[in-house]
Design a protein around this ligand. Sequence first.
Ligand code: AMP
Length: 421
Amino acid sequence: MTFKDLEIIEPILKALSAEGYTHPTPIQEQSIPMLLNRNDLLGCAQTGTGKTAAFAIPILQHLFLDHKSTSNNQRKIRALIITPTRELAIQISDSFTAYGKFTGIKNTVIFGGVKQGQQTDALRRGVDVLVATPGRLLDLMNQGYISLKDVEYFVLDEADHMLDMGFIHDIKKIIAKLPTKRQSLFFSATMPADIVDLSRKILGNPQRVTVKPEQATAEKVEQAVYFVSKKSKPKLLVHLLETEAVESTLIFSRTKHGADKIVRFLEKADISAAAIHGNKSQGARQRALGEFKSGETGVLVATDIAARGIDIDELSLVINYDLPNIPETYVHRIGRTGRASASGIAISFCDAEERAFLRDIQKLIDQKIPVVTEHPFLVDGIDGTPIDEEKPKNARSQKSGNDGGRNNSWKNRKPAAKKQR
Ligand code: AMP
């Protein structure tokens, strides 16, 4: 199944291809036809499944095909997406921008905690799609900056988070202002009774789509965590790359600056590596990726955003140099390995400050990640005290409970010693 098979129009296909999307994810495959048929939708899915594109693509397509407004100041808000957090709102708005870049459809994003001036300026210039958090939306509605009377497409995203965050009254006030004739989409990762109740208030006679989180990916990939101090991470990375025989390694860094730093110390250690991130020109990114794919460079260092469009089947190893603070990001990252061969290896470095992230990740994937206890830069598992200087003769066991003695098992799969250049 391709996006073309889903009868998506050319300007959007072109944008998806520019994003590096080759095939629709399961939620996209199921939802896009229903939404293009103008059904309401109740989606049981969480972030990480590709649900943003699942709703953004059909909305953009509808808006494009009956393009009513031509000049900016005639644009009316015809699609409204509400989502609980600023981060999600920005991500969704970025997705509309990316998928809609050849459609001429304009979107903007509003959220609280910042001055409203830039947001009201953007609204005044005219938008077709508004992505908002509930509080700021109501605030700007009350001030007269926003009218919802032209909304034809309404998305309530992460409904369970919304209720957890106490947004129920705001949501009810917003719904009351929407035209009754509209297409409505409702997404929630979980469906307890109060969420089902709320969905009934919003949806007509919805189609239903349920997509399991990407746990399956996490189950397929062999994972390991190294407890290491922040200071020793560079040494541990060089040590692993020098001792493990892997052909292609993708290293994730939380920041662009961090990615550059990693490349610099790897080069000092005579390991050829390249970084791709938002500060690099498109040309430099393409070049780095090309060299990585051809095997010329064995190590690619990427930020999460830059890695989105990367499509490489032969990755043998993913290293999380930093653990992500959003657990779903971990699943995306490790899903980069083990695609073609159906098994891959994902190693994570975890310093004292990242222990909480590790806990969240393990909760999401419902697995304990085995801890590697045999390495020269081990830190105390309980309080994170570095014991970098010298490895104790009998490194304490930090078995992670239910790993059934699989510690270090990934290390036994391949002979060591090939250096990456
Ligand atoms: P979401 O669940 O909407 O937050 O999407 C999760 C991630 O998957 C985002 O980084 C998207 O850019 C990416 N993504 C969404 N759809 C696809 C696709 N069809 N192919 C590849 N990546 C995708």
